[in-house]
Design a protein around this ligand. Structure first.
Ligand SMILES: [Zn+2]
Length: 161
């Protein structure tokens, strides 16, 4: 545990933003929204007009973002997703249904012209969230900014957005 952080970052910088979205009781959805908002993006939340009620809808970028819990959405190969030991049939049926619904809804959104981005709970752990959120931002705003999808340059900024 780092001690209580003293306000030492310049407002608007990456460090400032990250220091303000680390509340212990912050849900993963709120974490993602706070970050995007601090980066200057404006969006709608849980818009009921779209399949799956995406957590973040960014009309300007034709992009929707789902922030998914690894258990409920059956994140494949993820250590946070493991089937409960009791009521296995109940749980596997339920979770498989969730996943199938996700797949269907994402396909519907894509057919409507939306780019669909999923951010997983495990990608928002303390040690990895900053990198993931910066990458999410670039995925949203920078179609041409980062053609090499795998390479992450965390220092890159987008001053003209
Ligand atoms: Zn996961």
């Amino acid at each position: 545990m780092a001690g209580k952080r003293v306000e030492k970052y310049e407002r608007g910088t990456r460090s400032y933003i990250m220091s303000h979205i680390r509340g212990e009781n912050t849900s993963i959805e709120t974490l993602v929204r706070s970050f995007l908002f601090a980066k200057g993006l404006r969006f709608r939340k849980n818009d009921k007009r779209y399949p799956g009620h995406p957590d973040v809808v960014l009309p300007k970028y034709h992009t929707v973002v789902f922030v998914n819990g690894c258990f409920w959405h059956m994140h494949e190969g993820c250590t946070k997703h493991s089937m409960p030991k009791s009521n296995v049939e109940f749980w596997s049926a339920k979770l498989v249904r969730n996943r199938e619904r996700d797949i269907k809804q994402h396909a519907e959104l894509e057919a409507m012209g939306w780019k669909v981005i999923v951010v997983w709970e495990c990608e928002l752990g303390k040690k990895v969230r900053e990198e993931r959120l910066e990458r999410l931002y670039r995925e949203i705003v920078g179609n041409a900014v980062d053609p090499d999808d795998g390479a992450v340059d965390t220092e890159r900024e987008n001053p003209d957005v």
